[in-house]
Design a binder for this molecule. Structure first.
Ligand code: THU
Length: 148
């Protein structure tokens, strides 16, 4: 799918907006994500922490699970905006997806899936899942064992 300038801007805006829903009272680090699927839908997500620290979930996986649970399993692109809750302009950081989220997204990613890491709508980095998760282990690795 072609990601037009308008669509990319929408994704970035939705990631920034989704960040507002973040529940991060323990880390004070709020993350939002917006995931575009082949159907043209956009699923948003935020990080949701828990008093039992290990039980939290990242924004990217929240968005991914929302898509999968709606039967939307072909991921085209994702935008992620993450920085401290009360960050000033200068404190805006580029928060790349964590290792677990990279692996999780890889399961459903179409080839050359763009990953937009966002500070603001006008300040972002474009990379790809392949670039941040090279030599990925994925469903293809298990193909033979599943066929036997
Ligand atoms: N976090 C995300 O939501 N996505 C990432 O890719 C990195 C980390 C969240 C997890 C936790 O709630 C907070 O950011 C600090 O690690």
């Amino acid at each position: 799918m072609m990601i037009t300038d308008v669509l990319r801007t929408t994704l970035l805006q939705k990631a920034i907006a989704a960040r507002q829903q973040s529940y991060a009272p323990y880390s004070n680090f709020a993350v939002g994500a917006a995931l575009l699927t082949k159907s043209g839908s956009i699923y948003t997500g935020c990080n949701v922490e828990n008093a039992a620290f290990g039980a939290g979930i990242c924004a990217e996986r929240t968005a991914a699970v929302k898509a999968i649970s709606e039967g939307d399993d072909k991921f085209v692109a994702i935008a992620v905006a993450g920085y401290p809750i009360n960050a000033t302009r200068e404190q805006l950081s580029l928060a790349f997806p964590c290792g677990i989220c990279r692996q999780f997204l890889n399961e459903f990613a179409l080839p050359n899936m763009p990953v937009f890491v966002v500070k603001t709508v006008n300040d972002y980095v474009e990379t790809s899942l392949e670039e941040i998760l090279p030599h990925a282990f994925g469903p293809k690795n298990l193909k033979n064992t599943l066929e036997e």
